[in-house]
Ligand binder design. Structure first.
Ligand SMILES: [Zn+2]
Length: 290
């Protein structure tokens, strides 16, 4: 890196430090458009045969997608950012080139509501020991065991997305490991809250989950296009999640009683909860009514 490039990069770091990490989302997106730290860093190295990803890794420990996430690099929480994107006005362009489908098996559960809970990923059937591969190049942000996720890995990618691979039988990477698209991150399994071997696969942007089918055709394992245009529409489901209310079944409750108390018909309760009017309720069961 030449002196001139170093000065530019230090100035850039200073700008981010002054702004802090909890700057508004619109500002973050604006920064991602205006400031391109990796471009600045490699302008003297363009003839060395490196791509920007390799140069960024070789020259410093700046986390991937620094222009979007700043210096935030949390190794515990899937969504430590707590930024709401449902009202974002910008369109964010995400480069999807180089995508590798982590596992080619069939979908067993889609992104969306599961009765009163929301399923923030897609489940893919797999056998214990199946290879699970990183979707894009990036750096491992989380590699640990969680109660619900079991053994899981989160990778921050250079394109700004983060992907999660959960219920792994074995984790094959460590925090801060650099991975290329298609590198093994673990073996498929059945750890955590899981009733059979499967991969729970999430895609997130700034912590908020995106329906992976918006990017990927799961029948072919290929992206729909080499560029994703993220808008508020991708996060519209959050409004529905926020509106969900549920009744916790107590002694003496029946669907008719819950219907009377909530003003929601028995038929609607059955539809929302995937049950029949003849279903027996159990104490503590969650019955969604909105
Ligand atoms: Zn799942």
């Amino acid at each position: 890196m030449t002196k001139l490039t170093k000065v530019k990069y230090l100035l850039l770091m200073l700008v981010f430090l002054l702004k802090g990490t909890d700057i508004a989302y619109s500002q973050l997106v604006q920064d991602s458009v205006d400031l391109q730290p990796y471009d600045l860093m490699i302008e003297e190295d363009e003839n060395d045969g490196y791509d920007s990803t390799q140069v960024a890794c070789a020259t410093d420990t700046t986390p991937p997608a620094f222009a979007i996430y700043g210096s935030a690099w949390n190794n515990q929480d899937v969504n430590p950012y707590k930024i709401s994107l449902v009202d974002m006005t910008d369109t964010v362009q995400v480069d999807l080139s180089g995508y590798t489908h982590p596992n080619r098996n069939v979908i067993t559960s889609r992104f969306g509501f599961r009765r009163w809970k929301f399923h923030y990923g897609i489940d893919l059937r797999c056998a214990v020991g199946d290879s699970i591969r990183s979707a894009f190049a990036g750096r491992v942000r989380i590699a640990k065991r969680g109660k619900a996720y079991g053994n899981y890995v989160v990778v921050r990618h250079y394109n700004g997305l983060e992907t999660t691979y959960a219920h792994l039988n074995k984790i094959l990477v460590k925090v801060n490991d650099e991975v290329k698209s298609g590198d093994l991150v673990g073996w498929g399994g059945n750890t955590g809250r899981s009733t059979g071997p499967h991969l729970h696969y999430e895609m997130r942007f700034l912590g908020e989950a995106i329906d992976p089918t918006a990017l990927v055709d799961f029948a072919t394992g290929k992206v729909h296009s080499h560029e994703l245009r993220l808008t508020a529409g991708n996060f519209e489901y959050v409004k529905d999640v926020d509106q969900v209310r549920y009744w916790i079944v107590r002694s003496g409750d029946s669907l008719w009683r819950i219907s009377r108390k909530t003003g929601v018909s028995v038929a609607q309760l059955c539809r929302l909860n995937g049950i029949k009017s003849s279903s027996v309720l159990s104490l503590g069961q969650h019955i969604r009514y909105t």
